[in-house]
Design a protein around this ligand. Structure first.
Ligand SMILES: Cc1cc2nc3c(=O)[nH]c(=O)nc-3n(C[C@H](O)[C@H](O)[C@H](O)COP(=O)(O)O)c2cc1C
Length: 491
């Protein structure tokens, strides 16, 4: 693969892959050799280094060729390699690919997950490559970027010829043919893109339609926009700003809390008499009392009996059946269906509950799956650090220092919905999450418990904890629950 030659017979120099500190990162060296990375008001300590090594840190601005780091001849090289790896772990590096280490930039690789490291899988001359149907190129500011929700990195394409060449890969191209093209980023670019699942090797025997050849059935079931929405609207698989950062606070006025009135004849509903039955009065009372609770009374935590009651009323499977017609009246192939306490688009019920338990009387701290069919909890072995990270991220999202007694992660079995629905599958799932969330809120209120929905979830962390690929079954919502702190301390 590396010994590519043009028709002239002259060997083509391999492209150089170098690592450099990302543009938003400043590396500061203390007198005692401690190095720290500063970015967006944060700082990360990277360890202590020798004077010789810290002297070379400025090279990380221009870019250090990875093959030099790999050689590790001198102690300083080893130290710099250690520093580079630490920066990579925190997602503070970017990688440059080009024919020379100092020349014009061809491709810049921006990691999207914290521990991304560029790998170049071996490509054979007989390989045929094609663009993933999840890959796309777009303008970002004045850059052209190539990305994919499956990829751990984004590729900034700095050369228009290169962009045109990548465009050719909408149809499968033999590597042999690609090697003949003028390619300023080298054949190495293809290997890096294969590693990031932006390109894939086409299976000549089985691949009729490119959709089916990209891996398992779970991927086949995803629409392009749905997978992109899932990966970009959650945490863990991209490096974009996330959460309440008020990006337009200085440039655009906020919309008012209540929509300005339409001009027109007004019918005042407040003047109508209220004639309630007991059932209406009690549900109206619960709706009136419902509010988010973010602090919990750890002296008297929620009990296993309360948790069982809560899950039984909100999420337990009430019945199961097989039918050729969906509960929403539409015809279709024979499927199994279930009935549960909350509504679900097409009666699909793709949502599953995973419980991170910090404190619950009668139940050990740990990670559990709620088997809604059996109304049982099944414990799942996870690393203590990952359980802690999940609970802490919920506390962070609620702006609290203490973790919730129980954190319910609502995961979706995406294929359950996308097997049937095109274009609307992911949005249906999110609507189901809304319906389930309100069901949780109302039951928690009725039981005198406290709860709070949580908007941001790390889908990569969940994938690591469960060992399930993020596109097979993954988090789409969270709900913290427990015994509320006495009123004066809850918000
Ligand atoms: C989809 C959704 C996401 C939410 N995410 C968070 C969150 O991440 N952190 C938080 O403290 N509250 C979160 N909340 C709770 C809202 O802040 C709360 O519902 C809102 O402030 C109204 O207050 P109330 O629920 O007490 O009536 C979320 C609510 C919903 C419905």
């Amino acid at each position: 693969m590396r010994d590519s030659r043009r028709k002239t017979g002259r060997p083509i120099a391999p492209a150089t892959l170098s690592a450099r500190a990302a543009a938003h990162v400043a590396l500061k060296v203390e007198l005692n050799g401690e190095v720290a990375a500063h970015f967006y008001g944060h700082s990360v300590a990277l360890g202590k280094f020798s004077a010789a090594a810290t002297h070379r840190i400025k090279e990380l601005r221009a870019g250090l060729p990875l093959r030099d780091l790999a050689s590790r001849r001198r102690t300083t090289d080893q130290e710099i390699a250690r520093l580079v790896r630490r920066l990579a772990t925190h997602g503070l590096l970017e990688f440059r690919l080009g024919r020379s280490s100092r020349g014009a930039e061809q491709v810049i690789i921006e990691p999207q997950v914290p521990d991304y490291w560029p790998e170049m899988p071996q490509l054979a001359a007989t390989d045929t490559l094609a663009l993933s149907r999840f890959a796309y190129m777009r303008r970002r500011g004045s850059d052209l970027v190539l990305e994919s929700p499956r990829s751990s990195a984004l590729f900034r394409i700095c050369d228009a010829e290169l962009a045109a060449m990548l465009g050719m890969l909408v149809t499968p191209q033999p590597l042999k043919k690609l090697q003949q093209l003028r390619n300023p980023a080298g054949i190495e670019l293809f290997a890096l893109l294969v590693d990031c699942q932006i390109l894939f090797k086409v299976d000549a025997v089985h691949d009729g339609g490119l959709r089916s050849s990209e891996g398992n059935d779970s991927l086949v079931l995803w629409d392009f926009h749905d997978l992109l929405f899932h990966a970009r609207s959650t945490e863990g698989r991209h490096a974009n700003p996330l959460g309440g950062v008020y990006p337009y606070a200085t440039s655009i006025a906020p919309l008012p809390a209540v929509r300005p009135r339409w001009a027109g004849i007004k019918i005042d509903l407040g003047k109508l008499p209220i004639t309630d039955t007991d059932a209406v009065r009690s549900i109206a009372k619960i709706l009136g009392e419902r509010h988010s609770v973010r602090t919990f009374d750890d002296r008297t935590p929620i009990t296993l009996m309360e948790l069982s009651r809560f899950l039984n009323s909100t999420a337990r499977v009430r019945s199961e059946w097989t039918a050729a017609f969906a509960a929403d009246g539409g015809g279709g192939p024979t499927m199994t269906y279930s009935a549960r306490p909350y509504p679900s688009g097409g009666s699909s019920y793709p949502l599953e509950l995973y419980l991170s338990v910090d404190k619950c009387e009668g139940l050990d701290r740990g990670f559990y799956f709620y088997d809604a069919g059996e109304h049982a909890l099944v414990s799942i072995d996870v690393r203590a650090t990952e359980l802690e990270a999940l609970l802490k991220s919920a506390a962070f999202a609620m702006g609290e220092s203490g973790v919730p007694q129980i954190l319910i992660t609502i995961a979706a079995r995406f294929g359950r919905v996308s097997w049937k629905y095109s274009s609307i599958a992911y949005s249906l799932i999110l609507k189901d999450v809304g319906a389930l969330t309100q069901t949780f809120y109302l039951m928690a209120t009725a039981m005198g418990l406290g709860g709070c929905a949580i908007g941001s979830i790390n889908i990569d962390l969940f994938a690591r904890m469960t060992g399930i690929d993020f596109y097979v079954e993954g988090p789409v919502g969270q709900f913290a629950i427990g015994r509320a702190s006495p009123p004066e301390t809850s918000r």
